[in-house]
Design a binder for this molecule. Structure first.
Ligand code: DHB
Length: 242
């Protein structure tokens, strides 16, 4: 049986241009030759993907996974949840969702990150989960902090969480970033604004979802992701994100 959903080509013209002078690092790393178009191979379309049996019990809990449950990370406790859908609005079940983010002070656990904010010894910044049979996923984390980055004079990244979603085939993979409702820094962020369509920009912003927040424990943000088709969640502006 054919799954037509897997084969609808991505509309590259709708996604952020890999070359965007307002976003300085994109200038040197964007391709300066026309892209080659290649047919996907059967393995890419039908080959096996990551299975659910390889995940640890704390993999979707960034508050506890770095210390393996010993001590919680510092920060505003949040649950992030949503559905992964295909272009027809059907759930994408049993697919790997990976996330990575800065700590509550806006610092990544990465040797190239030398920002003043200290590392949190109890926070690694990476997590993963698998969607259930309804395409639903959730993970616990702390709200990442904003941080400055060298671009123009005084650029700051709004709080954001990086996402990679495997999908059911290589051609379905999506890499993007989730932002938080109400963050005023979104207005000024050149990376956020590489997405030109207002509706698409809105789809990268997770609304606060009080229905799922847990009293005296955590707030919740809802982030649905569409893998292909006209309503596809935008790729972030990176050559590897094409
Ligand atoms: O590509 C970059 O230069 C860049 C800078 C800061 C970020 O937070 C990021 O996600 C990318």
């Amino acid at each position: 049986m054919t799954d037509a959903g897997r084969l609808i080509p991505r509309d590259r013209t709708a996604h952020p241009d890999p070359y965007d002078p307002g976003y300085k690092t994109s200038v040197l790393r964007s391709p300066n030759q026309a892209l080659l178009s290649m047919e996907s191979t059967p393995t890419e379309e039908w080959g096996p993907t990551f299975g659910h049996d390889q995940l640890g019990p704390l993999d979707n809990n960034l508050i506890l996974n770095w210390t393996k449950g010993e001590a919680p990370a510092v920060g505003e406790r949040i649950l992030v949840h949503g559905h992964v859908l295909d272009e027809l609005g059907k759930p994408v079940p049993h697919t790997l969702v990976e996330v990575w983010q800065a700590n509550a002070g806006g610092r990544y656990r990465h040797h190239k990150d030398t920002y003043f904010a200290p590392l949190d010894p109890n926070f690694g910044g990476c997590g993963r989960t698998i969607t259930d049979e309804n395409g639903y996923y959730q993970f616990m984390t702390i709200k990442p902090g904003a941080y400055p980055w060298p671009n123009r004079g005084n650029d700051w990244r709004p709080a954001h969480i990086h996402y990679s979603i495997f999908g059911h085939s290589f051609g379905q993979r999506l890499i993007s970033q989730m932002y938080f409702e109400g963050d005023p820094l979104m207005r000024y962020c050149p990376i956020f604004h590489t997405v030109k369509d207002r509706g698409q920009l809105d789809s990268l912003v997770a609304p606060l979802d009080m229905t799922m927040s847990r009293p005296l424990d955590y707030l919740t943000y809802k982030f649905d992701i569409v893998l292909r088709g006209r309503r596809q969640t935008m790729f972030e502006n990176k050559p590897e994100g094409l």
